[in-house]
Design a protein around this ligand. Structure first.
Ligand code: SF4
Ligand code: SF4
Length: 485
């Protein structure tokens, strides 16, 4: 039993802790407060014997760790700002316009069919109903993101539905952001002009330099890297002159999926992004779901292998920043937004509960609605556990569906036996889809959970860097440059 704190000692409030590899202890609490203290101070604090004065005491009092110094109003405000997404309704609506794709990527998680497959496109009637459903969300600002397969393969429906959604935006007064994730291989000047005129923001995949990209992203019809680079340059050039920016679209972005092939090329992928003037690089680990799960032995890796790659890349990015190159790593940026600013970064996978259904919905080509796009991929393999309804349903019914309630409950960290006491809980998120696919349980088993192992390593690295003044200064600039989605 814990001893009663002495008269002049700090009475501990609720906390979680983690011993750091470089020495010392990180203490956190559910309000997102954090403090680094020495092993000795931690021993004193946790046993109620830390004197109520001095550096360690001040750090703990400021973070909300001393029982009689709790400022509930400020602490509750921080909690709310980190979790405010739960109050507003679904913001991101992913439309799978087709399952068809002309690429055959090594890791593709999108459950695609061949380029000429029949019956794999979203009909216009389903697309319209999808827009109607998305607009039922109580959120004042929504995003519709076109994905696939390759969304440009269903161009006629894409064009019509962009017009329909823009008309609906005017009628309802909601703010609508349109976005598309494309490999650009089917892009041409006429399509590009239409997308810019209608303010559709664009994102593509860029997996590194040409040889690496083309190994990961196989396209029998041409050179995938060359087309990606060509259109990135094209769309970027519509942005470069900030003074007469004609289109209200985000600067085109690119995503990188780390496969086993990427692991030995940390510096090269960073150099590729920097050379193309991309200010953000998102080093996304592969998730063992969909097609990637089947090929895991060939393209997957352990958390340790990923973390070795990630640390090399991150330190190189920090070095580039110190040399004046503007480039940020998106994963770190989003985690640090929660850690340093106590704000939701918009990263749905790291919310609690996660963004499934209450943050995003995935509208399949055939009108089925899933709690998120990864959940749709599970549906593709014949298991509809995450199906929340169809596009004919009301938004209220989708939100009240069993699948929605289940993913919300399963992604609440408080109900996870290991997360519940983890020092990284205030900043972390669990994924019921990955748990289900990798461990046959929505709740997962964190000690052997691949995703948890990766996240713990990422947090260890980031908290380690935050103790080093030079790195911290750079990382703070990234957080300030971040914008909510
Ligand atoms: S279920 Fe997983 S992939 Fe889907 S939103 Fe939640 S964390 Fe993200
Ligand atoms: S998933 Fe892992 S790192 Fe995240 S809170 Fe749970 S135990 Fe901690």
């Amino acid at each position: 039993m814990a001893k009663k704190p002495g008269a002049n000692a700090a009475a501990p409030a609720a906390f979680q802790f983690r011993r750091l590899a470089a020495g010392g202890v990180l203490v956190t609490n559910d309000f997102g407060g954090r403090a680094f203290i020495s092993d000795r101070d931690f021993l004193m604090y946790s046993s109620g014997r830390l004197p109520a004065s001095g550096k360690a005491y001040d750090a703990l009092a400021a973070g909300g760790f001393v029982r009689d110094r709790l400022d509930f109003e400020t602490l509750a405000g921080k909690w709310r700002s980190r979790n405010d997404s739960v109050f507003y309704g679904t913001g991101l609506h992913i439309f799978v316009l087709t399952l068809r794709c002309n690429h055959k990527c090594a890791y593709c998680q999108s459950s695609v069919t061949g380029e000429r497959a029949a019956g794999a496109d979203m009909p216009l009637s389903v697309a319209r109903k999808s827009v109607d459903l998305a607009f039922q969300s109580p959120r004042k600002a929504i995003t519709i993101e076109f994905q696939g397969g390759e969304p440009l393969a269903n161009w006629d429906v894409l064009r019509e539905i962009v017009k329909y959604a823009r008309t609906k935006e005017k009628r309802t007064g909601k703010k609508l952001t349109l976005a598309m994730v494309s490999n650009f291989s089917l892009m041409d000047e006429a399509k590009a002009a239409f997308l810019l005129e209608n303010e559709v923001s664009l994102c593509t995949s860029l997996d590194g330099p040409e040889s690496l990209h083309n190994k990961n992203r196989t396209w029998s019809g041409g050179n995938s890297h060359r087309e990606t680079a060509r259109w990135l340059k094209y769309f970027n050039s519509r942005h470069d002159s900030q003074h007469d920016l004609k289109y209200r679209v985000f600067r085109p972005g690119a995503l990188l999926t780390v496969s086993r092939l990427t692991l030995g090329h940390a510096r090269e992928v960073v150099d590729e992004y920097a050379a193309r003037g991309l200010e953000e690089i998102f080093l996304r680990p592969l998730a063992p779901i969909g097609y990637a799960k089947k090929r895991w032995q060939e393209i997957g890796y352990s958390p340790e292998e990923f973390l070795e790659f990630y640390e090399k890349a991150l330190r190189y990015i920090l070095l580039k920043n110190r040399r004046g190159v503007k480039i940020r790593e998106k994963f770190a940026q989003m985690l640090l937004t929660k850690i340093l600013k106590s704000e939701d970064s918009g990263y749905l996978d790291m919310r609690c509960p996660c963004g499934a259904a209450i943050g995003q919905l995935a509208y399949n080509y055939n009108g089925d609605v899933y709690t998120c796009d990864e959940a749709r991929m599970v549906g593709w393999s014949g298991d509809d556990i995450f199906k929340a309804g169809t596009v004919g349903d009301k938004y209220e019914d989708i939100i009240a569906a069993a699948a929605t309630k289940t993913v919300c409950a399963a992604s609440s960290l408080e109900s996870q036996p290991f997360c519940h006491r983890c020092a990284y809980k205030p900043y972390c998120g669990v994924c019921p889809v990955v748990n289900y696919e990798a461990q046959n349980s929505l709740w997962g088993q964190m000690p052997s959970n691949h995703r948890c192992g990766t996240l713990k390593g990422l947090f260890d690295l980031l908290f380690g860097l935050l103790r080093d003044g030079d790195s911290r200064a750079v990382l703070e600039t990234w957080v300030n440059a971040g914008a909510k989605r």
